[in-house]
Design a protein around this ligand. Structure first.
Ligand SMILES: Nc1ncnc2c1ncn2[C@@H]1O[C@H](COP(=O)(O)OP(=O)(O)OP(=O)(O)O)[C@@H](O)[C@H]1O
Length: 599
């Protein structure tokens, strides 16, 4: 069976319903506590007062103004009561409008804060976190999962409080007005509670499955878009479409299942309320006939009972909404709880301006515990020298620079910059002194100028241009339709590989780091561009300590020191001339390149 498109990041969280998570969610509402209290106050005092008063006024109208026991109707009283009822309706309408507007606003703010906190946290996570998660699944948590909490925050928080107050108010009224009838109706509440609680777990799990499926769709979508060129080049569109269809179908099936389970809540409430109404009619009629209750009280009772089921129905819906939200909340907090794999010390120092001495002391490291990528690495590089890291693919070249930039921490040994352990300093201060030019030169959407300025956001236009001139990027930029203000799309697809390289050199030069790390592009470019890049590189390296994961012989040759790696171990080091004098890995490597070039 094909093992293509396997997205393993998400697992069903089988924990029971977690009240702690709810408490945690509510910490995001805390900053808006006073606004929430204001809304609850308005709705409880004005909205609920009106709601509770109307049936009472109605019963008064029937029993005292329309059909009093002791004589004719009282028109004046009827007019006063109707006018009061109208005023109550008006008050209720205003209170509702105020509540809706305010709750929407509060909800939006809470969602904004939550999304911002999640994004901020994700930015702080280390490479290790992203190594094991497809980008699409990260996207889904920041978008879909946060969105799914929106409803809960916009309607849920305030309405729940209001509904609970309303329920308490009506329960008291029912019990005071006609205790026996009130109690008879309350019998239905435990029935409803038992029936609905059995649904809980199923619903929560069902929504988690939906989220997982959505996450997989996003992962696949992301991968498909990023890899569309390869897909089309290998004519794999049909297979891709088929796979997406299957995922989509599976997603809709699980959505239907979760939604069907969710909809069972409604009937549970309806059946219980029907039982309640039946009790009310039968027992109420009996009470009227035996003279223990008036018609007006029964009418008021019927209206109150209607308002009794209303908050229960809404609380039921809110509960199922909460279940949906919980599966999202669990997924969001799972990310929030993820600690950076390269933690910063509590009182991490700000690294002083570096001279650029770099030392690796007995460094051992593996991405996975049982498979070391580097073993016993010792390297001492004096400030200002350039080091070319060479070796077969997978020999550990990129891993050395990953440790230098502290994208990962060593398992054993230390990385020292000017004698300071990289684990003792703040990550920001460390990386601000290291310039990194990756093989996959990432160009962000924006102008060319913005992209160069990424290395030092405060740089002036003149400084941006000077950097571009130094690395010989100015000419091609000047030839673009809007020069430095030309917009480039995401990833800079409209630029050639060489142009992207030059842009990233300008970016690094502008940042003016003491230490430069460069993963040389392997893509072959024409000789003219190659020459230009070599010249640019020479400018870039001047006066800095540099580590180059080198693939081009021209780069390697000019390096002050060449470090030869094999299976995670340094097997040789020296300059080109020294290494060429002795047989070994390096000479083999160079000979192989010559053979390749002359073939
Ligand atoms: N993110 C990762 N997770 C797990 N293993 C990894 C990861 N990155 C690299 N490795 C493994 O670590 C070893 C060293 O990889 P590294 O990228 O340092 O090699 P390299 O010499 O830079 O190779 P290349 O020249 O192909 O870029 C390889 O066996 C590789 O499979």
């Amino acid at each position: 069976m094909s093992r293509k498109f396997v997205y393993q990041d998400d697992e069903l969280i089988e924990k029971p319903f977690n009240w702690k998570q709810i408490g945690r969610l509510f910490t995001y509402v805390k900053p808006y506590q006073s606004a929430v209290t204001r809304v609850i106050f308005v709705m409880t005092v004005f909205g609920m007062l009106a709601r509770l008063a109307i049936p009472f006024l109605m019963s008064m109208a029937i029993d005292r103004a329309i059909h009093p026991e002791d004589g004719d109707g009282n028109v004046t009283l009827l007019v006063i009561l109707v006018a009061t009822m109208l005023a109550m309706y008006g008050m209720r309408w205003w209170a509702q409008r105020y509540t809706i507007q305010q709750t929407n606003e509060i909800g939006q703010k809470v969602i904004f804060d939550l999304r911002a906190a999640l994004f901020k946290h994700i930015q702080s996570l280390s490479f290790r976190f992203f190594d094991k998660r497809p980008a699409g699944s990260v996207l889904v948590r920041v978008t879909n999962d946060v969105n799914s909490l929106q409803d809960m925050f916009t309607n849920g928080v305030v309405n729940t409080a209001i509904d609970i107050f309303q329920l308490i108010g009506i329960t008291i009224i029912l019990l005071v007005m006609e205790p026996k009838l009130g109690l008879a109706i309350m019998i239905t509440v435990p029935i409803m509670f038992i029936a609905s609680s059995t649904l809980r777990k199923k619903i929560r799990m069902a929504w988690q499955v939906v989220r997982i499926k959505q996450s997989r769709i996003n992962s696949h979508l992301n991968e498909s878009i990023q890899g569309i060129r390869v897909t089309q080049a290998f004519a794999q569109e049909q297979e891709n479409i088929g796979f997406f269809d299957r995922m989509n179908t599976s997603n809709i099936r699980s959505w239907n299942r979760a939604s069907a389970l969710n909809q069972l809540f409604g009937p549970v409430i309806e059946i219980t309320s029907a039982i309640g109404t039946l009790i009310l009619l039968l027992y109420g009629t009996y009470l009227i006939q035996s003279g223990a209750m008036t018609v007006g009280v029964l009418v008021a009772f019927i209206t109150y009972v209607g308002s009794f089921w209303e908050p229960i129905t809404r609380l039921g819906n809110m509960y199922s909404q909460l279940l949906i939200s919980m599966s999202s909340a669990e997924r969001i907090f799972e990310f929030m709880d993820e600690k950076p794999a390269v933690p910063e010390k509590e009182h991490a120092l700000t690294i002083p301006e570096l001279k650029g001495n770099v030392k690796l002391e007995n460094v051992t490291f593996g991405y996975e515990t049982d498979r070391p990528a580097l073993r016993g690495i010792n390297l001492d590089v004096k400030a200002g020298l350039s080091v070319a890291l060479v070796g077969h693919t997978g020999s550990g070249k990129s891993t050395i620079v990953n440790l230098l930039c502290r994208f990962y921490d060593t398992v054993e040994g230390r990385v020292l910059l000017d004698g300071i352990d990289v684990r003792d300093v703040s990550i920001e201060s460390l990386r601000s002194q290291i310039g990194i030019v990756l093989q996959d030169t990432f160009i962000f959407s924006g102008t060319i100028r913005d992209n160069i300025r990424y290395g030092r956001p405060g740089a002036t236009n003149a400084e941006v241009e000077a950097a571009a001139r130094s690395v010989k990027a100015h000419d091609f930029i000047a030839n673009l339709p809007n020069g430095y203000d030309t917009e480039v799309e995401e990833r800079g697809n409209a630029l050639s590989v060489g142009q992207r390289q030059l842009l990233s050199f300008a970016r690094a030069l502008l940042a003016n780091p003491r230490i430069l790390v460069l993963d040389e592009a392997t893509a072959s470019i024409d000789t003219e561009t190659e020459l230009r890049i070599q010249e640019a590189l020479a400018t870039l390296l001047q006066g800095r300590t540099s580590f180059i994961v080198a693939h081009r012989l021209s780069t390697i040759r000019h390096a002050d020191c060449i470090v030869v790696l094999d299976h995670g171990v340094i097997v040789d080091q020296g300059n080109h001339e020294e290494l060429m004098k002795r047989p070994g890995h390096y000479r083999n490597l160079v000979d192989a390149q010559y053979r390749f070039l002359s073939a």
